[in-house]
Design a protein around this ligand. Structure first.
Ligand SMILES: Nc1ncnc2c1ncn2[C@@H]1O[C@H](COP(=O)(O)OP(=O)(O)OP(=O)(O)O)[C@@H](O)[C@H]1O
Ligand SMILES: [Mg+2]
Length: 316
């Protein structure tokens, strides 16, 4: 078996009655990859993650972790997977220290090894100040951090994290992303998220699903390149210059992707009609100069994931 193939889904399917929540999903994740798992609400992300981690039996198909098929070798799979479920951790009446101690013992750790692992998890997620308060009394962000701590306690090769930064403040989001970046090297990490900037900050690859089916599997850069905004130019002008600017850019045979005005400022995003090889920024600057439109700011756009996400999942 390929030692770097850590996660392998083949035709994984889950039906709940007449609803097909996960529909013939196949993909593999190798060591070092951080996979962003995207999809609208109800598209099957959590259901997929629950099947991969052995918490929900598939209707058909298979999921393997480090070569162990989850329904055949659930124990081997659980040993190699860290899972952060959606929502708050179970056992709300325990403190984080008690929960981590419990999880560590269930996983078979004892003595100084157990103590060291607990300490490391508490320190990584900066849980010291809440370690001895009941989990149910903690804020949403701290509950999330407790969930991540229990997922990394046994230093698993595969991490499956269902919306890991949901509810975290910007500082903690940054910390948790840093932690995941550090962990990434020799693991396979799958994170579901609705925060598209997280994909760019963290992921080496993106899978988009809609209605249980895979609709895209590529790098974040390739996904951005699909955006109508990719390589387009944004022009910011005074609102009173809007009509004249639209007129000169239309004469220059540019296509408008977006037009908006807020208070006294207006913003236009333009692109060439397909296949033009000229420098768009220069063409825009020349057109504005010819039309005597001064004080414009011109800026190249990288593309927008939300725009790509919407077009890929339209109708779901
Ligand atoms: N135990 C269940 N019984 C019946 N239907 C279920 C069950 N679990 C999930 N579903 C349905 O399966 C579909 C996929 O749900 P899932 O929770 O996997 O979506 P999701 O992509 O994680 O959504 P979100 O972004 O809101 O977390 C939904 O229509 C959901 O209602
Ligand atoms: Mg979910």
């Amino acid at each position: 078996m390929n030692q770097d193939l850590l996660l392998d889904l083949q035709n994984l399917t889950k039906r709940f009655g007449r609803l097909t929540a996960v529909d013939d999903m196949s993909f593999a994740v190798t060591r070092g990859e951080v996979l962003g798992f995207l999809g609208p609400n109800g598209s099957g992300k959590t259901t997929t993650m629950r099947m991969v981690t052995g918490f929900l039996p598939p209707t058909s198909g298979s999921a393997s972790v480090c070569g162990h098929e989850v329904t055949r070798d659930p124990i081997e799979v659980k040993r190699r997977v860290g899972y952060l479920p959606e929502g708050a951790p179970l056992y709300g009446d325990m403190t984080p220290a008690e929960l981590l101690d419990f999880v560590a013992r269930v996983r078979g750790f004892a003595g100084p090894d157990k103590a060291r692992r607990m300490e490391k998890a508490i320190a990584s997620l900066m849980l010291e100040e809440v370690a001895h308060r009941p989990i149910e009394t903690l804020s949403k962000g701290f509950k999330r951090r407790v969930g991540i701590a229990q997922a990394i306690l046994h230093d698993p090769e595969v991490l499956i994290l269902d919306e890991p930064t949901d509810g975290l403040d910007p500082n903690q989001k940054h910390e948790v992303r840093g932690l995941l970046n550090e962990l990434a090297g020799d693991k396979a990490i799958v994170i579901s998220t609705h925060i598209l900037e997280e994909i760019e900050a963290l992921c080496t690859r993106t899978i988009v699903i809609a209605r249980g089916r895979l609709v895209a599997d590529e790098t974040p850069e390739a996904l951005l390149a699909r955006s109508a905004y990719n390589g387009a130019v944004r022009i910011r002008i005074g609102a009173e210059q809007m009509a004249d600017t639209v007129s000169v850019l239309t004469s220059a045979k540019l296509r408008f992707i977006d037009k908006s005005a807020l208070n006294s400022r207006a913003s236009l995003v333009v692109q060439f009609e397909d296949g033009d090889e000229r420098d768009l920024e220069a063409v825009v600057a020349n057109a504005l100069a010819d039309g005597n439109i001064g004080a414009a700011e011109i800026q190249r756009e990288r593309g927008r994931l939300d725009d790509v996400f919407r077009s890929l999942t339209a109708g779901s």
